[in-house]
Structure formats: structure tokens, C-alpha cells
Design a protein around this ligand. Structure first.
Ligand SMILES: NC(=O)c1ccc[n+]([C@@H]2O[C@H](COP(=O)([O-])OP(=O)(O)OC[C@H]3O[C@@H](n4cnc5c(N)ncnc54)[C@H](OP(=O)(O)O)[C@@H]3O)[C@@H](O)[C@H]2O)c1
Length: 335
């Protein structure tokens, strides 16, 4: 295909560690072997995208850069043999939006091995409502189930409940039949959390114990933690015997202090969740469950849609911990 120009949200390092983001025109210069060009219809905003968009060398080593770890759209051109032009596809994770230009763009160029076909009964928009957040929540549910945490066993705690991963975890766990307790720092979002499936809503402070006790009252048979720090430390000490904790995020802190007692006296299991580098066969297993038994009934309550041009303020909001629900980005291309 001949050269053409398209628009994207570009982050530049204007001075050392000073970053600026703006919508810019990019020149498309063709594909390498086994790459595909995808015309992006929808992307999604994740906490990691916001860090990359603010300038974060732990996530994105080199700038200028286009963030966006998620993209769904249509194959425009291919130099591989897995897909044909016109097919509906999506990508989450791998290096997309980290050191490979990402989904906040009219087009992305990626290895075909990262790409998954969108099922017939899903649109690109549906797909991005899940995106990395839903996929990550799906891994956590899958790992709980593999460790015998079935709905009859007890309550599941979700921390950082109003965030992207939190909301999708609540809705998907509910669909899978679990009793979900949501922990939030936004007391005014209680009704919202109950509408998407939570049976109880507790305060962030209820999961922030500073007593120093090695073990706390047993409360949760499973937990999905998006927060890290003392919240995760509190969760670990509050698990039922043989409970499973999925460690996903670090918005509070990347540090955890714990003793071995919850592990050796209660046999709790702490499972790390890495969505980005999940192997393709594992990915397909999780997505298949999302497309079927964990497919949430109504999305719209938890979705906020914006355009590429409105993304800047949504990035600031997620960085301040102020987002509620899942932000999806509609990409309108002129080509
Ligand atoms: N492991 C993986 O593969 C993977 C994949 C996706 C995301 N993640 C990580 O998971 C975390 C959540 O991602 P996200 O995209 O859902 O982010 P998000 O939309 O910003 O959600 C994070 C939520 O955490 C709560 N929160 C914010 N600041 C907090 C603080 N200082 N202390 C306690 N709670 C706080 C807020 O919920 P409330 O106000 O309701 O408490 C916020 O909405 C991030 O750390 C992200 O990097 C990891």
C-alpha cells in the first residue's frame, strides 16, 4: 500500500523527563514480514496507558510514542498468512502501547501472532469494553476456578472496585455466580457498584489494617486485588483457609510486607496475574470464557466513551484515581 498519513495521540519528551502529548499526523511506511496493518475502530484506556502517556520510562523506554495497550478494528493490509484484509480483529497486551506504537491511533502495525479474530456476535466496541481490563479479570477468575474456588465456597473481595479492572471483575464474577464484595474509596459510587453486581460495598479503609497482627478475621475465600501495598497485605491476612488472592495492580503501592503465617497456617495461595505476556493458547481459553459464560449482561452502566481528541482529560482523571468504570476510545478515521 502506498504511503499515507493518519492521526494518533503522540507523547514526546520535550526536555529530559518533561513530556507533552498531542494529536499528530503519522506517515505510514509499509509493513515488515508477518506484520498486519489494522484500522483501529476502538481502543480503551488503562492505568498503564495513562502512565505511558504521562511519560514513564519503566513502561515506555523511548519517546516519541503512541500509548494504548488495546485495539480492535479491521485488517487493512497483511504481510502474513493468518488473516485477510477486511477481517474483524483485536489485540491486547504483548508490547502494544509499551514500546510498540499503540491503539490511541487510527492505524496500528503489529506482528500477526498478537492478533485474535473478533467473534461474529461481537463488535470492536464490545471487545474494547473488556479489553486488557476484562481479560485480566478473566485470568483472575480462571485461576481461582483452577484452585477450587467455586461460588459455593464463600465471598470474593474486589479492591479498587470502581476502576476498569475492578468493574469488569465485579460484573464477570457475578455472571459466573460468585458473591462479590466491592471495596472502594468512592462511597458515592455504592449504588453503581451494586447495579453492576456487587452484593456488598465496603470502604477502602476497611481493607487497610495497621494493627500489625499476623492474621485477621477470616472473610474472603477469593480476592482480586488491583491496589497492592497495605491493602494487599490486609487482604492476605483476611483470607479463609486455602483462599486464593490474585495480585493484579499497584495503584496504592508496589510494596507488600507480609509474614509467612497466612501461607503456612491458612494455606492461602497468592497468584500473580500477568496479562500482557500470556501465551496465545492460554489467552484464547480465557477469551472464549469471556465470549460465553462470563459475558456480562449489560455493559452500558460501566462504560464511558470518548474520542481521541477527548482522551487527554480522561488520562488525567485515571492518574488521579478519579475514574469510574471503563473508558473506551472511539477512533474515527478519515481514510
Ligand atoms: N497484572 C496485569 O496484567 C494488569 C492488567 C491490567 C491492569 N493492571 C494494574 O491493575 C491496576 C488497576 O488498573 P485499572 O486500569 O483498573 O486502573 P483504574 O481504572 O485507575 O482503577 C484503579 C482503582 O483503584 C482505586 N485506587 C486508586 N488509587 C488508590 C489508592 N491510592 N489506594 C487505594 N485504591 C486506589 C480506585 O478505585 P476505588 O476508588 O473504587 O477504590 C481506582 O479506580 C493498575 O495498577 C494496573 O497497572 C495489571
Amino acid at each position: 500500500m502506498s504511503e499515507f498519513k493518519f492521526k494518533a495521540l503522540v507523547v514526546e519528551e520535550v526536555q529530559e523527563n518533561i513530556f507533552k502529548r498531542s494529536i499528530k499526523e503519522i506517515i505510514y511506511e509499509g509493513l515488515s514480514e508477518e506484520e498486519v496493518l489494522i484500522k483501529v475502530e476502538y481502543s480503551a484506556l488503562n492505568y498503564k496507558d495513562a502512565l505511558s502517556a504521562r511519560g514513564h520510562k519503566g513502561i515506555t523506554r523511548k519517546y516519541p510514542h503512541i500509548p494504548g495497550v488495546d485495539a480492535a478494528g479491521i485488517i487493512e493490509e497483511t504481510k502474513g498468512n493468518k488473516f485477510t484484509a477486511g477481517e474483524k480483529v483485536f489485540v491486547t497486551g504483548y508490547d502494544l502501547g509499551m514500546n510498540t506504537d499503540g491503539g490511541f491511533s487510527e492505524f496500528i502495525k503489529v506482528p500477526e501472532g498478537w492478533v485474535i479474530r473478533t467473534p461474529q456476535n461481537f463488535t470492536s466496541r464490545d471487545l474494547m469494553i473488556y479489553g486488557t481490563a476484562g481479560f485480566t479479570a478473566g485470568i483472575a477468575i480462571y485461576e481461582m476456578q483452577r484452585n477450587e474456588i467455586t461460588p459455593d465456597k464463600g465471598k470474593i473481595l474486589v479492591t479498587g472496585a470502581t476502576g476498569g479492572v475492578g468493574c469488569l471483575a465485579i460484573a464477570m464474577l457475578t455472571k459466573a455466580g460468585y458473591y462479590v464484595v466491592a471495596s472502594t474509596g468512592k462511597p458515592d459510587k455504592k449504588d453503581f457498584l451494586m447495579r453492576i453486581g456487587a452484593k456488598e460495598v465496603i470502604s477502602r479503609e476497611d481493607v487497610n489494617d495497621s494493627s500489625g497482627k499476623a492474621l485477621l478475621k477470616k472473610q474472603w475465600v477469593g480476592a482480586i486485588d488491583n491496589v497492592g501495598g497495605n491493602t494487599l497485605n490486609t487482604v492476605i491476612r483476611s483470607m479463609e483457609h486455602r483462599g486464593v488472592v490474585a495480585s493484579i495492580g499497584l495503584v496504592q503501592s508496589d510494596k507488600i510486607e507480609s509474614t509467612v503465617y497466612p501461607f503456612i497456617l491458612r494455606g492461602i495461595r497468592l497468584i500473580g496475574i500477568d496479562s500482557a505476556e500470556s501465551p496465545m493458547d492460554y489467552r484464547l481459553k480465557i477469551w472464549n470464557k469471556i465470549f460465553n459464560e462470563w459475558r456480562i449482561n449489560s455493559h452500558e452502566d460501566l462504560v464511558k466513551e470518548c474520542s481521541l481528541f477527548e482522551l487527554d482529560k480522561e488520562i488525567n482523571l485515571i492518574l488521579n484515581g478519579g475514574q469510574t468504570g471503563k473508558v473506551i476510545v472511539k477512533i474515527e478515521s478519515e481514510k
